[in-house]
Design a binder for this molecule. Structure first.
Ligand code: FES
Length: 56
């Protein structure tokens, strides 16, 4: 599933970044460049991060 349509970043990309230690929006941005175009994906991406935090 594509979460960031501007940069075609998927839920899998976010999961990988989470595995590599990204826990905040800033860290996720450093890892994937997500949200650096329109920023509309922030809410969805952070919801996903919270889900991963519960799973792992
Ligand atoms: Fe992610 Fe636009 S949807 S920067």
């Amino acid at each position: 599933t594509v979460i960031c349509t501007c940069l075609s970043i998927t839920d899998k990309d976010i999961e990988n970044a989470f595995h590599n230690g990204a826990r905040t929006w800033e860290q996720l941005q450093q890892a994937t460049k997500i949200g650096t175009v329109c920023g509309k994906c922030e809410k969805k991406a952070m919801e996903l991060m919270h889900e991963f935090a519960h799973i792992y």
